[in-house]
Design a binder for this molecule. Structure first.
Ligand code: ADP
Ligand code: ADP
Length: 232
């Protein structure tokens, strides 16, 4: 589904050169939940942002279903990005819009009738278990509820891949658990492929099938979750 091939990212502001990601390759299969773990500054966020080209790799390729998306124009990329949803640690909701309009936002380009839009939003609300919060504003929601809204919004255009950037790091353990349960459910129901980055081992152990361990911009270990964590 997603293949990262020899990707490096160098931030160069003329004074400083930061090799945020160094020659990383990895492959994520359809329906997998793939984890990338590492300490702060390891390069996880830069790497995951290279997958939807929020960051352009300095060198290397990113294949989405076999196609090198680093070669696409900005216009082509906008279409492709609909197939790759993303959620964040701080949810990134519009505080001035209610839940309904946060979720409907990415549908604006889709030329849906008002009725179709409403149907879609209702289905998304049900999917994430927030049907009763349609008219609430983000300030009236708990952290877990906000992340559910963000997930619904990320799924509005029916993506095949969901990128999760420290999506549970602002949440308490119980809420983290419930969001991870939701992600598992979405994988089952929608056949979604999920790539997540985290510094929390518990998250990786709870839901990932496969994991990359990052240090200083490099992947230092990669493999099946069971193999990686059963080593002496
Ligand atoms: P992580 O997500 O694992 O905490 P990041 O990908 O955020 O790591 O950062 C990796 C390295 O790249 C860090 O040294 C960070 O300071 C640097 N970095 C990230 N983004 C930028 C940027 N836009 N400009 C310059 N350096 C950056
Ligand atoms: P926009 O046209 O920019 O999408 P609107 O403020 O017109 O935004 O809202 C879209 C429409 O959906 C409005 O008519 C609004 O009243 C309606 N709407 C929003 N939430 C609901 C709801 N829960 N039930 C019925 N209609 C709703």
């Amino acid at each position: 589904m997603i293949e990262i091939v020899n990707v490096s990212k160098i931030f160069d502001d003329s004074k400083n050169k930061v090799h945020a990601v160094q020659d990383v390759s990895l492959k994520v299969e359809k329906g997998q939940i793939y984890g990338i773990i590492g300490y702060s500054g390891a390069g996880k966020s830069t790497l995951i942002r290279c997958i939807n080209l929020l960051e352009r790799p300095t060198t290397g390729k990113v294949l989405f279903k076999g196609e090198d998306i680093t070669l696409l124009s900005e216009k082509e990329l906008r279409e492709k990005r609909k197939k790759i949803g993303m959620i964040f640690q701080n949810f990134n909701l519009f505080n001035s819009r209610d839940v309904y309009h946060n979720i409907a936002y990415p549908l604006k380009g889709a030329n849906l009738s008002k009725e179709e839009e409403r149907k879609k939003v209702k289905a998304l609300l049900e999917l994430v278990g927030l049907s009763d919060k349609e008219h609430a504003y983000p300030s009236q929601l708990s952290g877990g509820q906000k992340q559910r809204v963000a997930i619904a919004r990320a799924l509005a255009n029916d993506p095949e891949v969901l990128l999760c950037d420290e999506a549970t790091s602002a949440l308490d353990p119980k809420t983290t658990k419930s969001i991870l349960e939701l992600l598992k459910e979405l994988r089952e129901k929608l056949g979604l492929t999920i790539i997540l980055i985290t510094h929390e081992m518990a998250v990786i152990k709870d839901i990932c099938d496969r994991v990359s361990v990052m240090e200083n911009g490099k992947v230092v270990e990669e493999g099946d979750i069971v193999k990686i964590f059963s080593r002496p």
